[in-house]
Design a protein around this ligand. Structure first.
Ligand SMILES: [Zn+2]
Length: 105
């Protein structure tokens, strides 16, 4: 079994290596965040930000791709999944921009 390793990330602000940081999870209102925080300068890097609607759509995407396992998905299924994924990625970016994570640390 392949070991899943977190990449070594360099902090953009203080230029120090953050090591294999485990993403942290937090929630602010309806928005759930996964983020990394530099242990030195405390800069926060948001990996993903989701609201209820987006989390629902992410689950829908997973269900969609799981459904086609073991058989060839149809062209329509592939297209639908791709469109949903694209929409989810765009929505994630929107939420990140709209609701920047504020940590009180
Ligand atoms: Zn830093």
């Amino acid at each position: 079994m392949a070991e899943k390793r977190n990449p070594v990330i360099k902090c953009n602000k203080c230029r120090r290596l953050m090591g294999r940081a485990e993403p942290k999870w937090t929630k602010a209102g309806d928005i759930e965040y996964y983020y990394l925080q530099c242990p030195y300068c405390k800069t926060v890097y948001v990996i993903s930000a989701t609201d209820t609607a987006l989390r629902h759509d992410i689950k829908r995407f997973k269900d969609m791709t799981a459904k086609s396992q073991g058989r060839q998905p149809t062209k329509k299924e592939i297209q639908e999944a791709q469109e949903l994924l694209r929409a989810n990625v765009a929505r994630n970016r929107e939420i990140k921009a709209q609701y920047p994570l504020e940590t009180k640390l």
